[in-house]
Design a protein. Structure first.
Length: 254
């Protein structure tokens, strides 16, 4: 999946649609191919439309993704991290999360000059602990599958070619273990900590991220930073997550 304006809006709309379909008993949410997310493409000039971008697309749609997944989908959810994952919060927020054995989780907000306030920070802090999550976000640390399992971020590590088969097995197991009403009520009980966390902090923290982004877009970068950010944004535009990770690893860890 390429992260673009269409997907940013379509994901929360999908969750609302799924939540209204009474025939759905479990939602399996994941990427296709080798990547959970393969690059970013905003498709227009950010400086020309800053108000529309930062409110309609980022602030409104971004918050609705997490809200819809947590509140509108009343059945169990299974997140599938099938490959390298930026914006992994959608999988981490699922009731059960599987991760491919060769995948990794990374948050690239801070390393490309964006404050991490759009929901990923809450998911990471809740899933792996505040100190580990803060270190990860401030240094660009990549979390491999073994470490993610050790930290409690995911439930199982599965070979990539079997990961959706395993997700289907778990979904069928959940359906056989309890009746329709019990399954739905249990899901809401177990999801309460996530709901309370996002209701308390998501919109305000995302607003802080948007303020920083708008201020940075207006102010620009210091002269000595220009080449640094040009190289990073080129890697993002190319969808080259590994190139971006390599540059961050070299800066912070030598």
């Amino acid at each position: 999946m390429i992260w673009n304006l269409t997907h940013h809006r379509a994901i929360w709309q999908l969750c609302k649609y799924v939540g209204q379909d009474e025939s759905v008993e479990c939602l399996i949410l994941g990427g296709s191919g080798k990547f959970w997310m393969d690059g970013i493409n905003l498709e227009f000039d950010e400086l020309e439309y800053p108000g529309w971008l930062h409110y309609e697309h980022m602030y409104h749609d971004g918050n609705r993704i997490n809200e819809a997944l947590l509140n509108d989908v009343a059945v169990p959810t299974i997140g599938v991290i099938n490959g390298p994952a930026n914006h992994s919060e959608m999988a981490l927020l699922c009731d059960v999360t599987l991760m491919a054995e060769d995948a990794f989780i990374v948050d690239m907000h801070y390393p490309i000059n964006i404050a991490p306030g759009g929901g990923i920070h809450l998911a990471l802090q809740q899933a792996m602990g505040i100190k580990r999550a803060n270190y990860m976000m401030l240094t660009g640390q990549a979390i491999d599958a073994k470490t993610a399992l050790e930290y409690g971020m995911v439930n199982e590590i599965v070979p990539r070619d079997r990961i959706y088969e395993r997700a289907q097995e778990l979904a069928e197991m959940m359906m056989k273990s309890a009746t329709r009403i019990t399954r739905r009520v249990a899901t809401q009980i177990l999801r309460r900590p996530w709901k309370e966390l996002y209701a308390s902090h998501s919109w305000s923290d995302f607003g802080s991220e948007m303020f920083a982004s708008v201020a940075a877009a207006i102010d620009g970068h210091a002269e000595h930073d220009n080449k640094y950010w040009e190289d990073k944004m080129a890697a993002v535009d190319d969808g080259n997550a590994q190139q971006l990770l390599d540059s961050v690893e070299k800066e912070f860890h030598g």
